[in-house]
Design a protein around this ligand. Structure first.
Ligand code: BYC
Length: 313
């Protein structure tokens, strides 16, 4: 490393150690930039692909009120994707290239969106558990060292908290309903619980990026710390409405002040992130079709912008 670059690096590390925010025009090491582009773009893709499992239920929501709520939630996810692509672009990458990587299957997005939504209760389980996990992971990201990402997270977290409550109220209503409705809610919890815990990423001993990301204050807590908090927050919520956690090893541990829980099926996790989950192929095909079908909209918007520019010139 050149002396000059070494000094810049030391200044950068000290600036972060003092809890300052790095802004787009500030000097930053290439590896920091690369890590942020990786994480923020994967996050943006997750928001966009995340619309698909829920979008599947908009036409079948059980009432007009539920349809309106679900529609608003899915639109929020699109908005989150847009803020995140914008935050990512401040790092010097083109949105078009990021989207290309998603559509070709090169880029990752959250494992959770590769599972099917089989019943209405799945919409409750997604809001309660998936958005619940998202809040747990994203509230600390509001303090991320990169300014544009941290600021985008503030609004995202407010909206995620509404999403979590809409999911939990669906589960509550089902658990106050008929035996069939209760069984449907329990079945959704059984299928979504373990994939929701996988959202936090590999266990700390296998997480290749965590140590560096925590030193740079991109991540504030490790994958396992956040997963533990998720379990501790969710178990009492399940008990309150009469749901049973699908984990025979779940047990309160007085000494640690949290729950012990069973081992995650890491083989399943790696299969899903390698593209072999139940819906990976379907999700990518749907996104590609939506992108192709939307070409005329992008072309029209560009033509309109061009016309306006000429008018002003
Ligand atoms: N799924 O070293 P690690 C939402 C990858 S959107 C797929 O621990 P890191 C919502 C990881 O990328 C939810 N891949 O990595 C939307 C890495 O692969 P590469 C999305 C995963 O980055 C709509 C490798 O495994 N949230 O909530 O330190 C509706 C090693 O992992 C997963 C975010 O993106 C996974 N679950 O930590 C409702 C939050 N886990 O890149 C809800 C921001 C790990 O080396 N992201 N991988 O090929 C993060 O906080 C972190 O990136 C992670 C992973 C905790 C996810």
């Amino acid at each position: 490393m050149q002396l000059y670059e070494k000094q810049l690096n030391e200044q950068f590390e000290a600036y972060i150690a003092d809890d300052n925010k790095i802004e787009p025009k500030d000097w930053m090491p290439d590896a920091y930039r690369k890590t942020l582009i990786r994480q923020i773009s994967q996050h943006a893709h997750s928001e966009v692909v995340g619309m698909l499992p829920e979008g599947n239920w908009i036409t079948r929501a059980p009432s007009l009120k539920r349809k309106a709520i679900l529609l608003a939630k899915v639109q929020d996810e699109a908005g989150h994707g847009l803020y995140l692509y914008s935050a990512c672009e401040t790092l010097g990458v083109e949105r078009e290239d990021l989207v290309k990587d998603l559509l070709s299957g090169k880029a990752k997005y959250s494992s959770i969106f590769n599972y099917p939504t089989l019943t209405w209760a799945d919409i409750g389980a997604i809001g309660w558990l998936v958005d619940g996990a998202a809040i747990m992971n994203q509230v600390p990201l509001c303090r991320c060292s990169y300014g544009p990402y941290a600021r985008a997270m503030v609004r995202v977290c407010k909206e995620e908290s509404f999403h979590q409550r809409q999911g939990y109220t669906i589960m509550m209503e089902l658990m106050n309903g008929t035996d069939d409705q209760k069984a449907m809610a329990q079945d959704a919890l059984n299928r979504w619980w373990w994939p929701s815990l996988m959202m936090f990423g590999p266990s700390d001993k296998d997480s290749k990026h965590s140590a560096q990301s925590m030193r740079w204050k991109i991540k504030r807590f490790s994958n396992d710390e956040l997963r533990q908090r998720m379990v501790d927050m969710t178990v009492p919520q399940a008990e309150l409405i009469g749901l049973k956690m699908p984990d025979p090893d779940l047990k309160w541990n007085e000494e640690k002040g949290g729950y012990d829980f069973g081992e995650i099926d890491w083989e399943e996790f790696y299969q899903v992130i390698d593209g072999n989950g139940p819906c990976n192929k379907d999700r990518l095909e749907t996104r590609n079709k939506a992108h192709d079908d939307g070409t005329w909209v992008r072309d029209a918007a560009l033509a309109y912008a061009e016309k306006q520019k000429l008018k002003r010139a």
